[in-house]
Design a protein around this ligand. Structure first.
Ligand code: NAD
Ligand code: MG
Ligand code: MG
Length: 338
């Protein structure tokens, strides 16, 4: 598979365009600031009532109502939550965007599952950083970037791919590597990764380990350090040099336990469930469940969120982290800014 870098992108393409970033959340604040610092003319599109207006203006960005930003832009990057994008497109983008402008996404969900059917005169492409928005920003500031997927769904002007590559480069992706894919592939692998491994798999593993220790009578503080805090240190080693690099650093005892016990925790049954989860994604069942949840008032999601926030691991974690001020001093998420 070919991986592209800054040298393969023509930054002047995106610098010659006005880009509207709609939404100023996790991805939005990162794209807006990265593109601006890469010399792109950026407008942030927000509702007047949005609490993000002040944050974006404080960062020196131009903010306009969504319909105005959409009307002025050559590229409109949609960075509001996936479940709100179809309505945003119908109400604010479809009727306002210029002929031949580009509609861009950071995740293929709405295009791939057919919730948005873009006008035929538009280019439709994706620039999807493979990392949380706050890291898309912090790695850019540090001179690096986050690996990024690009894809073209509709190429009305014949330039969609070059614009996507140029945008990805301006956002810092070309420093880490840009991979060309399809909306289908990005959507399915992204949903699978976040459900089975990165978010769902990891949090369930951490909580199950924590609960097992606490239920067996060990102190919650011990269980927190062992099952959550130390996970970052282990993952940092894997990030730096793969699984072997991590195993080089741990003791032989830990490594023997890893190799003999790990496969008992994540076993054939776990993999069978992973295949089921992948099938639900591929069939569109997961997308329907998520869109139905929102269409019917979205009660289950906030309930689940609240329940999870009350878990003992969060309470003990808040207390223990307050004794480790260096974590806060170098924090990635600052809710007053981003
Ligand atoms: P978010 O929830 O962090 O932010 C959404 C922003 O949209 C907020 O600023 C909100 O105020 C604004 N908004 C909501 N409704 C709006 C409206 N009607 N008009 C204008 N603004 C509105 O969202 P996010 O997590 O950054 O996700 C944005 C997109 O990026 C999604 O497609 C998501 O799948 C994709 N993505 C996110 C991440 C991530 O790190 N969070 C990673 C890769 C891709
Ligand atoms: Mg995702
Ligand atoms: Mg140990």
């Amino acid at each position: 598979m070919q991986v592209f870098y800054d040298k393969d992108a023509d930054l002047s393409i995106i610098r010659g365009k006005t880009v509207a970033i709609i939404g100023y959340g996790s991805q939005g604040h990162a794209h807006a600031n990265n593109l601006k610092e890469s010399g792109v003319n950026v407008i942030v599109g927000l509702r007047n009532s949005s609490s993000s207006v002040a944050k974006a203006e404080k960062s020196g960005l131009t903010v306009k109502p969504v319909n105005e930003a959409a009307a002025e832009a050559d590229v409109v990057m949609v960075l509001v939550p996936d479940e709100l994008q179809a309505k945003l497109y119908e109400d604010e983008l479809k009727g306002n965007m210029k002929q031949g402008a580009a509609l861009a996404f950071a995740h293929g969900f709405n295009i791939h599952f057919g919730y948005i059917k873009p006008r035929e005169d538009m280019d439709v492409f994706m620039v999807a950083p493979k990392g949380p928005g706050h890291l898309v920003r912090s790695t850019y500031v540090a001179g690096g970037g986050v690996p990024t997927l690009i894809a073209v769904h509709q190429d009305a002007t014949g330039n969609a791919r070059d614009i996507a590559m140029s945008y990805a480069s301006a956002n810092g992706g070309g420093r880490a590597g840009i991979i060309e894919t399809s909306f289908r592939e990005e959507t399915e692998t992204d949903l699978f990764g976040e459900q089975a491994v990165l978010c769902g798999g990891a949090t369930s593993l951490v909580m199950a380990g924590y609960e097992t220790l606490v239920e067996a009578g060990y102190a919650p503080e011990m269980a927190y350090f062992e099952c959550l805090h130390e996970l970052k240190l282990i993952v940092d080693l894997m990030y730096e040099g793969g699984i072997a690099n991590m195993r080089y650093s741990i003791s032989n005892t830990a490594e023997f336990g890893d190799l003999t016990r790990g496969p008992r925790i994540v076993n054939e049954q776990t993999k069978a469930e992973m295949r089921k989860i992948l099938k639900e994604i591929q069939s569109g069942d997961f997308a329907r469940e998520w869109m139905d949840e929102n269409a019917t008032g979205g009660k289950r999601f906030p309930e689940l969120r609240e329940g999870a926030a009350k878990h003992g691991i969060e309470e003990v974690g808040t207390r223990l982290r307050s004794m480790m001020p260096w974590i806060d001093a170098s924090k990635i998420v600052d809710k007053s800014v981003n």
